[in-house]
Write a protein that binds this ligand. Sequence first.
Ligand code: F6R
Length: 261
Amino acid sequence: MSEILTYSNNRKSGVKVFVADNYEDLSVKAAAVMADVIKADPKCILGLATGTSPIGLYNELIRMNQENAISFADVKTYNLDEYYPLAAENDQSYRYFMNEHLFNHVNINIANTHVLNGLAEDWQKECTDYDLEIEKAGGIDIQLLGIGNNGHIGFNEPGRDFIRGTHRVELTESTITANSRLFNSIDEVPRAALTMGVGNIMAAKKVLLIANGPKKAQAIKDTLEGEITPYCQASLLQLHPDVTFVIDKEAAALLTEYKPL
Ligand code: F6R
């Protein structure tokens, strides 16, 4: 694997892009970036994502934890988003996903793991409290992100605005369709979600975005080489001072800067 892009102009000077040979390579490299943060500060605060992209990375972190290379004993986590309305116990909830794919397998104190409450009666208060809690905890040290086929990060969907803080969002048809693969039928996919805003993401000290497969290629091109626009929410990351992309060859395929050997 090689670091291929430096994007050395001012706007993108904080952006590093690694192209991995395959999904396993991507997962190992991305896990190493997270593990370095945990090793440097065992009390760090991780911003976490769900979805299919981070499963390999989480498996790597579990392996490292089981081999005592990293400890989650004092780590705190805040997840990006949760469906609304949906109970934490529902096997499609992001809380359930996190327990299954990471928390149940590492030495983390479950009380230190935070996922938005998808059944909060007062969703506005739930969102405000989440932002305050993250701030009180000292802010996110590294925010892990996947990316939607439409360039969304968290559930910040393409639209007219960038939204700063945690908020409620109505999901677009394209996201409902993309996510229906994980539900029994498309009718079971919740129509809304609570999500951190792009302001929360931009406030993280470091950002790590992972993407694999051909369906992500256009979103990755728009994110890295397009104009900064809310119609591609991830494009705002061009302005982040410390963001690492770990993507596979298929996701990199449309980048002008990517010249396969
Ligand atoms: C998940 C999240 C979403 C996903 C994105 C990619 O917490 O916030 O933005 O990261 O939809 O999903 P996958 O990885 O399933 O392709």
